[in-house]
Design a protein around this ligand. Structure first.
Ligand SMILES: [Zn+2]
Length: 196
């Protein structure tokens, strides 16, 4: 009973409730990001997505799981997407910016080096998780908003200068209200009609 009561209290405090559309993100970490940075980046991306009305759940698919019940070996579920963390641009074919690219509708790639360079320019390596989390949220945004989803304001801006990085570091580089509504609708649609 105590557990039940704790859960209810936690739900009541949280802005994200059970009706919030959720996505599960399978993470393939080719860049070997340290666990501390990865956790911080995922927490920040989840915070940004929660502000847009989405619940994010992470599934680490970098470690080969020998057990028969490895969820990473299952076919993608309707509301699952793939996030690849990579060091550098291997080619420019899909590149839409310096910090990552997305192959709509299912696979997003984020350049870890972009976050590292941005933070090092400020001589502030502790900024890496927040910048990386913002990049991850941007690329997930591409998957859910479709092609040509850059915008003049907010996290979907094509280029980030100092101003946008500062906004990210103060927690204010976010999706617009309209983008949040579109992404919620897209996830609800996928739950009914998978995109693949
Ligand atoms: Zn972009």
């Amino acid at each position: 009973m105590v557990g039940t009561l704790t859960l209810v209290a936690g739900t009541a405090r949280c802005a994200v409730n059970d009706n919030t559309p959720g996505i599960r993100i399978r993470v393939d970490d080719y860049a070997h990001v340290s666990p501390g940075i990865l956790n911080g980046a995922q927490r920040e991306a989840a915070r940004i997505l929660a502000k847009a009305g989405l619940r994010a759940e992470w599934l680490d698919c970098s470690l080969k799981n020998e057990s028969a019940a490895d969820p990473c070996s299952e076919p993608l579920q309707p509301t699952e997407i793939v996030l690849r963390l990579i060091s550098e641009a291997k080619n420019n074919k899909y590149q839409d910016s310096v910090f990552g690219f997305a192959v709509v509708p299912l696979v997003a790639s984020a350049y870890v080096n972009y976050a590292v360079r941005s933070a090092q320019r400020d001589n502030a390596e502790f900024e890496i998780p927040v910048i990386l989390g913002s990049v991850i949220a941007h690329e997930i945004g591409h998957l859910l908003l479709g092609l040509n989803s850059h915008s003049e304001s907010g996290i979907m801006q094509k280029q980030w200068e100092r101003h946008q990085i500062r906004q990210a570091l103060t927690g204010n580089l976010l999706f617009t209200i309209e983008q949040g509504q579109s992404m919620q609708a897209e996830i609800r649609k996928r739950a009914q009609n998978p995109p693949h």
